[in-house]
Write a protein that binds this ligand. Structure first.
Ligand code: NAD
Ligand code: MN
Length: 492
């Protein structure tokens, strides 16, 4: 672990093993923090924040230093990619993309550090005789709690804006995938980021995660993970009314209209649903097909899904790796069983692939009704459910019939028609003829139970800032103050 600029083990010497889900091999032994280690990391972040070593630097200076970390990530891209493949079961193509995008996003945030968000606004009184400034300041000590599906990328999505804005942080990766976060600590130690500004602790969410969320010296929690844990965090963060941003689950609708390019939208549906074995919060896990193209689409989809290559994620030609761990494997298999019991029909897949490693065949269910569990709950595995609709209004109503509201897509040859659907979807992101693609400049986050707050763009930066209004009054003569005779007694 990395606390106050020092590498350390947990105080009580406890550890846990990082394993490779493709074959069960142990790849690293990692320190398992306890409550005292967690408190130590919070103290370090608190002292570093209060001392002003980071928040007191100019934005340009923070920008220059963060750029050093961008370069370190790029220099170590190959090593980080390899570690991500072994630790998480990401295919090498996906892991390589993750590391590239991590450096790219951090570069965006390093530039954002130098942006002046402060604003001058017009005077408040009719005469305009005051200067008004809105200043954006760091929130303080931020606990950053992240999931296992995009390990380094999620770390950067949180570290980037938090550090750019001048906060100090404690990063807690998921236990399933802590290896690249540990590697990141090494890279951070080689930059000019002052000690105590970034602390990285590894261990159990329910133990040290809870401590971070309840600790009164933590000012903000940035969380990505399940909706279930998001709700617990919201409750625990209320102890000192911490600021929170929650990026939680999804069950996004991928809508294909009757005027869509069929081949492209079949590829798009596969990409939307099965990228990283379906372990993506924004995944297009409900495929909504117009009845006119349904039969043609389904037969093309079946044929292509069955041609996907499952196997060793380190092999560049493989597109389906293992799911992250045994629990996730069991959960996915249980949902497949539930789907069958609910009366849905398996078009393809539905079984474990091979006998070694946690591989599941990409699975497509047809004859699905939107009220079924497999259409309402986030499975977070390679399972796609297909629902038929007859017109655009019905597509919108099925899409919005969900407790989630993270993302979705519309495939159509007519941008205007697609846009009128996009306008009606209650989700934070809508792609038209595309999927998964995010921009560093565009806000990302959820409506409804998909979360609170946004990441990226100006919105994302402001989640890590407090807004302060400063009013400088320019009426210097006391008798000219607008309130002069309202409250103040007459001179005697
Ligand atoms: P999870 O909620 O189980 O865990 C996420 C993180 O929270 C981990 O670091 C975990 O250790 C920690 N944690 C667990 N219990 C905690 C507690 N009581 N207090 C504090 N921290 C705690 O999620 P996961 O299984 O790691 O990841 C999968 C989930 O993440 C999916 O639901 C997925 O949709 C979601 N996700 C969302 C986004 C998004 O941006 N919206 C992105 C990726 C993943
Ligand atoms: Mn692992």
């Amino acid at each position: 672990m990395y606390i106050n600029g020092e590498f350390c083990d947990s105080e009580d010497g406890q550890t846990f093993m990082a394993t490779d889900p493709a074959n069960g091999e142990v790849i690293a032994e990692i320190s398992k923090a306890g409550i005292s280690d967690t408190k130590k990391s919070v103290d370090a972040a608190r002292k570093a924040f209060d001392s002003g070593v980071w928040s007191g630097l100019s934005g340009e200076e923070r920008s220059r230093i963060l750029k050093q970390l961008v370069d370190k990530i790029n220099e170590n891209a190959e090593k980080l990619t390899g570690l991500e493949v072994k630790d998480s079961g990401s295919t090498v193509r996906k892991a390589g993309e993750d590391i590239f995008l991590s450096a790219k996003s951090l570069n965006y945030f390093s530039k954002a550090a130098a942006v002046n968000f402060n604003e001058d606004i017009p005077g408040l009184s009719k005469e305009g005789v005051s200067k008004n400034i809105i200043r954006y300041e760091p929130v303080g000590v931020c606990a950053l709690i992240i999931p296992w599906n995009f390990p380094l990328k999620m770390a950067i999505w949180k570290l980037g804006p938090a550090l750019a804005a001048g906060n100090t942080v404690i990063l807690k990766p998921a236990m399933e995938t802590s290896v690249t976060a540990c590697e990141l600590a090494k890279l951070i130690s080689e930059t000019e980021i002052p000690k105590g500004v970034v602390n990285i602790i590894t261990g159990s969410g329910s133990v040290i995660g809870t401590e971070l969320v309840k600790n009164p010296d933590v000012d903000k929690v940035g969380f990505t993970g399940s909706t279930e844990v998001g709700k617990i965090i919201m409750q625990n963060a209320s102890s000192n009314l911490k600021k929170i941003t929650l990026e939680c689950g999804g069950k996004s609708a991928n809508i294909v209209l009757d005027d869509a390019d069929i081949e492209m939208s079949i590829d798009g549906a596969i990409y939307a649903a099965f990228y990283h074995q379906g372990q993506c919060c924004e995944g297009g896990t409900r495929l909504l097909l117009h009845e006119k193209i349904y039969d043609k689409f389904i037969s093309g989809l079946k044929e292509k899904v069955e041609r996907m290559k499952i196997g060793d994620p380190a092999d560049k030609s493989v597109t389906v790796g293992p799911v992250v761990n045994q629990d996730q494997f069991d959960t996915v298999m249980k949902y497949i069983k539930t789907g069958i019991e609910e009366g849905a029909e398996i078009l393809t897949g539905g079984k474990q692939s091979g006998s070694e490693g946690l591989f599941i065949e990409p699975t497509v269910f047809v004859n699905v009704e939107n009220k079924m569990k497999i259409a309402q709950e986030e499975i977070f595995g390679p399972v796609l459910v297909v629902i038929k609709f007859k017109d655009d209004d019905e597509a919108v109503s099925i899409a919005n019939d969900s407790v989630f509201g993270l993302a979705g897509a519309v495939w159509s040859g007519n941008d205007e028609r697609a846009l009128s659907i996009a306008d009606k979807l209650r989700t934070g992101t809508v792609w038209i003829n595309e999927y998964h693609l995010l921009s560093d400049r565009a806000p990302f986050g959820g409506y409804k139970q998909s979360g609170i707050g946004r990441e990226f763009g100006t919105e994302g930066m402001k989640e890590y800032m407090e807004a302060k209004h400063i009013h400088i009054d320019e009426i210097k003569d006391r008798s000219k103050k607008p309130w002069y005779r309202t409250v103040v007694p007459k001179d005697s």
